[in-house]
Design a protein around this ligand. Sequence first.
Ligand SMILES: *Cc1c(COP(=O)(O)O)cnc(C)c1O
Length: 358
Amino acid sequence: MAVVKADAYGHGAIQVARALAGEGVSFFAVATLTEAIELRGAGISERILVFAPPNPDELRTFEEYELDVSVTSAPVAELVMRSASDGRSHRIHAKVDTGMHRLGLGVDEAAMQINQLLDTANLEVAAVWTHLATASDPEDAFSLEQIQAFETVLQELDARPGCVHVASSAAIFSLPSSLSFDYSVMVRPGIALYGLLENVHDIARFDLKPVMTLRSRVVHIQDLEPGATVSYGRAWTAVRKTRIATVGAGYADGYRRSLSNKGRVAIQDRSVPVVGRVCMDLLMVDVGPQDGGNSDVGVGDEVILFGERGPSAAEVALWIDSLPHEICVSVSNRVPRTYVDSLVEFGGSQDPAGPVFV
Ligand SMILES: *Cc1c(COP(=O)(O)O)cnc(C)c1O
C-alpha cells in the first residue's frame, strides 16, 4: 500500500501514483477524502484507502468513488454499519489503537466491534490494522508490546479479515516482527518510496536513492570585510574577508527559516554553510575567502538545497530536529516540478539571465 498522502510528500500525488501503478502497485493510501478524489479524477483506478475516518455525509462519496474506509472508533463502526443497512457496500479497514493513541478502536473492545463488522452484510473487512509509535527506534520494546496487543485482538476474531497491515517505512526496514503474521500482510511505506528514511545511515545501508532534488541558482555575489553582517537581525558576522553568494530560494519555497545559520547547501559539489537568517525568497551562503575556497562561484551557478549531489533531506532534517517527511512536504507550490525519467527533479528556469528561483 503506497502512501501518497500530502501530494506524495510533495513529489506530486498524480505523477507518483501513475509511476507506481505502472510498476505494479495495486493499493494506495491517502490522508483525506479530497486527496482520494483527486487521484480518481486523474484516472487512478487501483484500490485507495483513506486514513481519515469518514464524516456521516461522506460515506455515499466513499461508495461512489470505490474508496476503502478506515474504521477508527466505535461511532465510526456504527456509522458504516448503518450505511451498510441502508444498502451501501463498503470495504473497511478496522484500525486498532495498540498504543499510538491517535486513532483506532480501543484494544479491549476492538475484537468485539470487528466481529460485529465481520458479521454485517454489505461490509467487507478488507483489513485489520494498527500503527506503531516507536518504529523508527528498533531498540524500543514498545513496538513489540503493540504487536503483541494486535495479535491478541486478531486471535479473538470469529472470521479472518482480508489482510493485516502494521509497518510503515521504518518498520519495514528494521522491525521484522511487524511483517510476519498468520495472515496476508500489506505494508504502508511512505517516505521510503521517495528514497528516504529518518535514519541517515539506513538510507545508505539499504541503498535507497532520494527521488527529489531541490535546486536553485546563485543570483548575486558580494565580497564582505570582517565585521560585516548578513541578513535580517544581523545574526551572522563575517570574521574574515569572505565572499557571500545570494541564492534564489527561501522559506516561501519550503527552505525552512529554522535553517538560518544551520543549513548547508552544495555549490560546485562543495558543501557551504547558510549564513544569517533565511529570508522569504532568498538565502545567503558563505562560499569562502576570495584567495581560496570557492572563490570562483558566480551568478547563475547551480545550488543544490537537497537531493542528488547535495545533502539528503534526511540530513537537512537532522540540522533542525525535523524529519525528511517534513522537509519534502514543505516544498511549496511556487516551486516548479520537473519530472525526469520518472525521477523527480525540482527546479526552475535553466536560464541564468533572469532572477532565478527554485
Ligand atoms: C503517513 C503514514 C504512513 C507512512 O509513514 P512513513 O513513515 O512515511 O512510511 C503509514 N501509515 C500511516 C497510518 C500513516 O499516517
